[in-house]
Design a protein around this ligand. Structure first.
Ligand code: SF4
Length: 172
């Protein structure tokens, strides 16, 4: 996905679902390298850093698991508008730590978290993004591996297929 004939930069967006946002924070571990690279892309959506919205994305990075009916609607919408969708971190790839609740009755979990207000917060079992929509690439790890993330990011922007290793769940 290198720049096209009009020299338009690839539009990149970041989305977070049910997560601790640790994967997004982990990006700061290689801030300088990432900042150098950002001049070759347009960041068009990133809730933690800006209010802008866009209609379409060349690359959408998604963190977090799908855990509510609203998450399902959102991820369908993001997928519909994305050329490439990348799941970032174990929550997005497998459901991650959120999926531990899937062994318990859902109503019991909701009651423990929300008490008498549980009916205001409809939930579903915590699911990986790929359980709902097609995922093109996955960056594993809890938190996700910064070097692998950078490799995937750069490869996609350069129009190359990323080579993704089989990482362990826990990354130093
Ligand atoms: Fe947090 Fe780990 Fe989930 Fe990343 S994969 S959002 S670090 S719990």
């Amino acid at each position: 996905m290198s720049q096209n004939k009009t020299n338009e930069k690839p539009k990149v967006a970041f989305f977070d679902f049910t997560s601790c946002e640790g994967c997004q924070l982990n990006k700061l571990n290689f801030e300088n390298e990432l900042l150098d690279f950002l001049e070759y892309v347009d960041i068009v959506e990133f809730r933690e850093a800006m209010d802008d919205k866009a209609e379409e994305y060349d690359i959408a990075f998604v963190e977090g698991s799908i855990s509510t009916p609203t998450c399902i609607e959102r991820i369908y919408d993001i997928r519909r508008r994305s050329k490439i969708l990348v799941a970032l971190g174990q929550c997005a790839v497998t459901g991650g730590i959120n999926a531990m609740r899937n062994d318990q009755p859902l109503e019991q979990v909701q009651e423990e978290v929300y008490g008498e207000h549980k009916y205001l917060f409809p939930s579903i079992p915590a699911l990986p993004v790929s359980a709902i929509v097609k995922v093109d690439y996955e960056v594993r790890g809890c938190p996700m591996s910064p070097p692998e993330y950078l490799h995937v990011f750069k490869s996609l922007v350069l129009g190359r297929k990323p080579e993704i290793k089989d990482y362990a769940v826990c990354v130093e």
